[in-house]
Design a protein around this ligand. Structure first.
Ligand SMILES: Nc1ncnc2c1ncn2[C@@H]1O[C@H](COP(=O)(O)OP(=O)(O)OP(=O)(O)O)[C@@H](O)[C@H]1O
Ligand SMILES: [Mg+2]
Length: 398
């Protein structure tokens, strides 16, 4: 196998002429179907250049995506996405509802094929070597995949069997995973008796049964309480640090992405609109006129908030508690005008603090503030949870 100037692998294959038995050698890209002509008798024949099952060298990358596009009929879910995830990295994929995060993950898991472009996972092409890709990945999808009437151990063993893991190995692996999440005590209880947080811990280790090099976590803390959220976050960190697993994480919780991810790609309308470390992403707007003010008001009343909200440069207002507001603005005169407006409405302003831009500021700056209510008109096929018409947010059933 050799690479051409574009880095595309070339391979040769022999063809024995059915008429004169002359053996000729022909080259092409793996998977190519060629019509060849015998050099001795000019008989024509067909040759398929075999696909190599050797993984491609990835220069330290676990995943490479190049000009990926996904259409659902004429609806463009993924437009033109290219990025690479380094081995051992936790990579965050953030984006508004319907931006295309889960579609990218489904392509990387071989659950759906790209319409154009390529994706290579652990050295294998997701279309040409889907089986090989599956051996190297684990998926925690938006929907929890578990049998409620089976015990935790039975669920884990069932999924291990799907990978044809031998019994001895599987039993040890299941014990190890249950210890990893401190769930040994509940190993033989039915999933239906578990709290949502316990179920999600088992659901995460279910995706690790085959010791994947790459783990996809699609909104793993959706619907969890703060304690379970913290637990899953910590588990994500440990899977990455103790096992060196490469992780792609999607989440709508900016703090979660910031706490866990080395780099973050922000996706909107099927395109990556920014990709960098959280610190560098924040620098994207530190030079702009977007500011966030934290304001403390002793006698906070709804009319004061309405007055601030109606100011033209105010982009958002969030009431944090009985006396604190978070106000996002553009423009340089925002500070004076907000305070004036509050005082005119009888507010006793105790404190105004100009906060550093947060990841959420960057996110809103890049993706806008409008809620994404539109759905694909072709959205009639079985895309899994949350993809039916009229259901924009996936509801996890537990
Ligand atoms: N099987 C399908 N058929 C038709 N349209 C689909 C299908 N799957 C996804 N879509 C559409 O593709 C777009 C991207 O969906 P995707 O699930 O990837 O978004 P997402 O970023 O994961 O959103 P969320 O944050 O809500 O999970 C959406 O408009 C969705 O309706
Ligand atoms: Mg999704």
């Amino acid at each position: 196998m050799e690479s051409d100037q574009l880095g595309i692998t070339q391979a040769t294959h022999q063809f024995k002429c059915p008429s004169c038995n002359t053996i000729g050698e022909y080259s092409g890209s793996p998977g190519d179907h060629l019509i060849v002509t015998c050099t001795e008798c000019n008989t024509k024949g067909r040759v398929t250049i075999p696909d190599s099952t050797e993984p491609r060298t990835m220069n330290g990358n676990a995943i490479e995506i190049s000009h990926l596009r996904k259409l659902f009929k004429d609806f463009v879910a993924i437009d033109d996405v290219s990025f690479a995830v380094k081995k051992g990295e936790i990579f965050g994929l953030l984006g508004p509802n319907g931006a295309g995060k889960s579609t990218i993950i489904r392509i990387l898991c071989t659950l759906t094929r790209p319409s154009k472009g390529t994706a290579t996972v652990a050295g294998y092409d997701v279309v040409k070597h889907a089986g090989k890709v599956r051996q190297h990945i684990g998926l925690v999808s938006e929907k929890m995949i578990m049998y409620e009437q089976l015990t935790a151990r039975e669920n884990l063993k069932l999924f291990g069997k799907l990978y044809n893991l031998p019994n001895d190995y599987l039993n040890k692996r299941v014990d190890e995973l249950l210890r990893f999440v401190r769930m040994e005590k509940w190993a033989d209880q039915r999933i239906s008796t578990f709290s949502t947080g316990m179920k999600q811990r088992i659901n995460v280790i279910r995706a690790l049964v085959n010791q994947p090099e790459i783990l996809y976590l699609d909104e793993p803390t959706l619907g969890l309480d703060p304690q379970s959220t913290a637990e899953i976050r910590e588990l994500t960190r440990r899977i990455n640090q103790e096992h060196g697993t490469t992780i792609i994480l999607t989440t709508h919780i900016m703090g979660e992405a910031e706490a866990l991810c080395k780099r973050i790609g922000i996706i909107d309308h099927g395109n990556i609109v920014a990709l960098d470390t959280p610190a560098n992403l924040k620098k994207l707007i530190s030079g702009t006129d977007v500011s966030t003010f934290e304001i403390e008001i002793a006698n906070l009343e709804p009319r004061m908030m309405t007055a601030v909200q109606s100011l033209p440069f105010v982009k958002s207002l969030v009431q944090e508690d009985l006396s604190h507001l978070l106000v996002r603005t553009t423009g340089n005169d925002a500070f004076d005008s907000i305070v004036d407006s509050l005082r005119k409405n009888g507010a006793k302003v105790r404190m105004v603090k100009n906060l550093e831009p947060s990841l959420e500021d960057v996110f809103l700056h890049l993706t806008g503030r409008e809620a994404r209510e539109k759905i694909s008109e072709n959205n009639t096929s079985s895309a899994g949870p949350g993809h039916g018409p009229g259901r924009r947010r996936p509801k996890r059933i537990r």
